[in-house]
Design a protein around this ligand. Sequence first.
Ligand SMILES: Nc1ncnc2c1ncn2[C@@H]1O[C@H](COP(=O)(O)OP(=O)(O)OP(=O)(O)O)[C@@H](O)[C@H]1O
Ligand SMILES: [Mg+2]
Length: 335
Amino acid sequence: ALVSGLTVAGAALVGVEAVADGRLAGVAVAVVVLTPLAAFEAVLGLPLAVQYRQRVLRSAERVYEVLDAPEPVREPATPRQAPASPFPVVLEGLSARHAGQDRDALAGLDLTLAKGRRVAVVGPSGSGKTTLAQVLLRFLDSDAGSYTLAGVDAYALAGDDVRRLVGLCAQDAHLFDSSVRENLLLARKDATEGELRDALARVRLLEWADGLPDGLDTLVGEHGARLSGGQRQRLALARALLADFPVLVLDEPAEHLDLPTADALTADLLAATEGRTTLLITHRLAGLRAVDEVIVLDRGRVAQRGTYAELVAVPGPLREMAEREASAELLVTAG
Ligand SMILES: Nc1ncnc2c1ncn2[C@@H]1O[C@H](COP(=O)(O)OP(=O)(O)OP(=O)(O)O)[C@@H](O)[C@H]1O
Ligand SMILES: [Mg+2]
């Protein structure tokens, strides 16, 4: 395990260099795997595949998929210098459409993320929430409208520079077949023991990690198979917190979590992101009184927006969602 661990760490460096050299286009990687962190993992598959072909077959497949993939995202020929700070992050009238689709997945969206502000995005499945995350990370081009970081056109910047300013903890955030520690170190390879423990504590995994047979050196299994869905997402969040992106986009998993687990996760996400500029994509309303703005999406358009208190006070989609959640809870309690 130690040897493979060292290989993972070494491979990460090789992978990053490959991206930097342009041997592997960062953007192409990003198209397939949805986070800069996961992007490390995809390039990781390359050297690993040579040595552990069987073990990392899936990663390897992904890499080949990536290398063969067309590049649907436009990159500037001569990227502009990225601003030191991205604030405010502004979308104006932004529309985006997935390849092969005949309607916009996001239509005319306005969004402002000022420093320290937290915005929640809710809405039914397919309403465009993940699409918004993809646009913010420059994984998907806009068709109309503008996207600026500190007043600079995000499309004039290198996609990788945008992804250093805006980070994602994806809906299906990926863990590799390595230890808890190595999964965290991907975010910041020079993190101290104290920083790792602090990140775990913030997502309420520290006690759990300390109770593991090998502590932080315990292996998580392929794709984190030895962890529960909630633990996987928490570990992915700890990694994203450690990476310390100026803006963090959290796409909560919709499936695999029972309601109490999902609500506890949201509560912990909100506690862990306090004071950080965050876009929280969530499927449940629990805890959203804590955010500055709630946006309700429906078929790619804003159906409603405002504070939770404002929205729940009037008839409309958010109140309907809240009522549905309350009655579902009654069913759960009664059952
Ligand atoms: N890669 C893709 N290719 C084509 N269409 C896509 C792709 N990803 C999403 N879409 C379409 O775009 C629309 C918005 O999807 P999106 O994934 O943003 O929804 P969502 O709100 O995140 O849903 P969920 O709550 O299920 O995660 C949907 O109609 C979906 O079918
Ligand atoms: Mg989604």
